[in-house]
Design a protein around this ligand. Structure first.
Ligand code: BYC
Length: 476
């Protein structure tokens, strides 16, 4: 097991001290990262003490070490999961051959493109969440937001290390660009659509953690299968941290549902107006937020049929999550996958794609199944409360901006409809201006230890076995 060297300016377990050129290059990038954090991160909270988790090792004992830290003093560094001895390529044309410790020249640009796209999302999410701290529903939630922010910062470090260490001058330039693009910037936006959407309230934040961080899980798992071993190892370690982000999303939304059910019971009514009068989130409103963030996150998987996806699979660059345990055929040279595409006449038709070209869709399908788990749980709560309402994921054809269904008007079930009909119905399917104004009105900051905003139930337990009313952030 490799230990993390915290005596270094950049904590790492990659023996950075023995590669002076790389060390110098990363030490040159480090102050630019800190400048970016000050400008774009939760900097209004730079001086507060936060109960944070920091990795001191990459094994089960070391990755979750808790202590009180001021965020700018968080030790962002480079942590790769330990190598797996004699690891071989798990998919594609080179199946069974030894994995690579360097990037093969012919695959350089494909790797770089994926690593840059992955890296771009990490600082983007910190930028999106820049001001949320001011409206936290509790100190417990504030701490979770900051934990996610510092870890997304570290995930940026993970990709920047790979760019610097393995992609020479191109990689250094791309690392610079990762700090130059900004979420929602008109001239230099982030690469993927969802990461330019504003997150101005905590309901959006919890939806983002539930749906968008889950895309992160699937993409990181696919890259953790890569034949380029340093990339696989860095993604494997990132996944341990990513799990907490999805936990925040799932429990956050679950706590909102629980609170709403309490309010419905107290009011003796499930009328949305009655729920709103009590300062809680009515279920149809929650459904509209789910519709928005789920459909946006579906686009993150790319087109249903993609020659990029076929090439990266064939070349052993990007695999499928849990390739070894979930699939029998790891080469997929002759298999096919059935997809549904628009028939050009206002309907839907089935088409058959070579499996390799359909890898984005294979991932998206698995992602949708994973998204359904939380909804089942929340629907059980709603049913147990004696209500008929059921939360649903819209069809994967609804409101798509990427792929075969991009800009094809459909209803929530994915049935193609006229554009006029869509324009008429869409305000009932997505958060309206008045929904957003109402949600904004709920966002009043609550910072007394153990207290929760009126629209969210307390969590079942605190962090690291501490009480829910522990002072997770000392605002001084
Ligand atoms: N918005 O052949 P296509 C995370 C672009 S989240 C805008 O359809 P391909 C996190 C695509 O880039 C995980 N553009 O797709 C979560 C390409 O452009 P170029 C992030 C889009 O290439 C929360 C063109 O359309 N990681 O970690 O097969 C907080 C044609 O592409 C979009 C990754 O995404 C979109 N939604 O696959 C923090 C993994 N979708 O290159 C972090 C790395 C596609 O022709 N990325 N395009 O200019 C990939 O694996 C692939 O790039 C994609 C697309 C899955 C995104």
């Amino acid at each position: 097991m490799s230990t993390i060297d915290y005596s270094e300016k950049i904590p790492n377990n990659v023996d950075l001290a023995n590669d002076k050129t790389l060390q110098r290059a990363l030490e040159h990038w480090q102050p630019r990262f800190l400048d970016w954090w000050r400008e774009m991160g939760p900097n209004d909270f730079a001086s507060v003490d936060v109960y944070l988790r920091t990795a001191v090792g990459v094994d089960a004992q070391g990755w979750a070490h808790y202590g009180t830290v001021k965020m700018p003093d968080y030790r962002w560094g480079i942590f790769l999961a330990d190598p797996i001895a004699d690891r071989t390529i798990g998919f594609g044309d080179s199946f069974g051959q030894p994995v690579w410790q360097q990037v093969p020249g012919e695959f350089r640009s494909q790797f770089r493109r994926l690593i840059v796209t992955q890296g771009d999302t990490e600082p983007a999410s910190v930028e999106q969440q820049h001001r949320l701290g001011h409206t936290c529903p509790s100190l417990y939630d504030l701490r979770n937001l900051f934990q996610i922010n510092v870890e997304e910062g570290r995930h940026l470090w993970a990709m920047v290390y790979i760019l610097h260490a393995y992609f020479g001058r191109d990689g250094r330039e791309e690392a610079g660009e990762l700090l130059a693009r900004h979420s929602g910037d008109v001239d230099k936006p982030r690469i993927l659509g969802t990461f330019n959407e504003p997150i101005e309230d905590w309901l959006s934040f919890f939806c983002f953690c539930y749906f968008t961080d889950r895309d992160g899980k699937f993409q990181l798992k696919s890259l953790a299968e890569s034949s380029f071993d340093p990339l696989a190892r860095t993604c494997r370690f990132m996944l341990t941290e990513e799990a907490h982000h999805m936990f925040v999303g799932e429990t956050g939304l679950g706590r909102i549902v629980r609170r709403t059910l309490e309010v419905m019971k107290e009011a003796g009514s499930d009328d949305p107006e009655a729920v709103r009068r009590q300062g809680a989130v009515d279920l149809p409103l929650l459904q509209r937020y789910l519709n928005f963030w789920f459909s946006s996150s579906l686009d993150l998987f790319g087109s249903e049929v993609s020659s990029n996806a076929a090439t990266t699979f064939a070349n052993g660059i990007k695999g499928r999550p849990d390739e070894m345990t979930q699939y029998q055929d790891h080469v997929c040279a002759d298999s096919t996958f059935e997809i549904e595409i628009p028939d050009g006449k206002g309907g839907v038709m089935k088409d058959t794609s070579p499996m390799r070209n359909a890898m984005n869709e294979v991932l998206r399908d698995a992602y949708i199944r994973d998204c359904e788990i939380g909804l089942k749980r929340w629907n059980m709560q709603i049913k147990r409360g004696g209500h008929k309402f059921e939360l649903k994921l819209p069809s994967n054809r609804f409101r798509r901006a990427i792929g075969a269904w991009a800009n094809i008007p459909t209803d929530l079930e994915g049935r193609p409809i006229d554009r006029e009909e869509l324009d008429r119905l869409l305000p009932g399917w997505l958060p309206s201006a008045s929904d957003k104004a109402f949600v904004r009105s709920l966002m009043q900051r609550v910072v007394e230890p153990g207290k929760m905003a009126a629209w969210i139930a307390p969590p079942d337990r605190g962090i690291n076995n501490l009480a829910v009313d522990y002072e997770y952030v000392r605002l001084n």
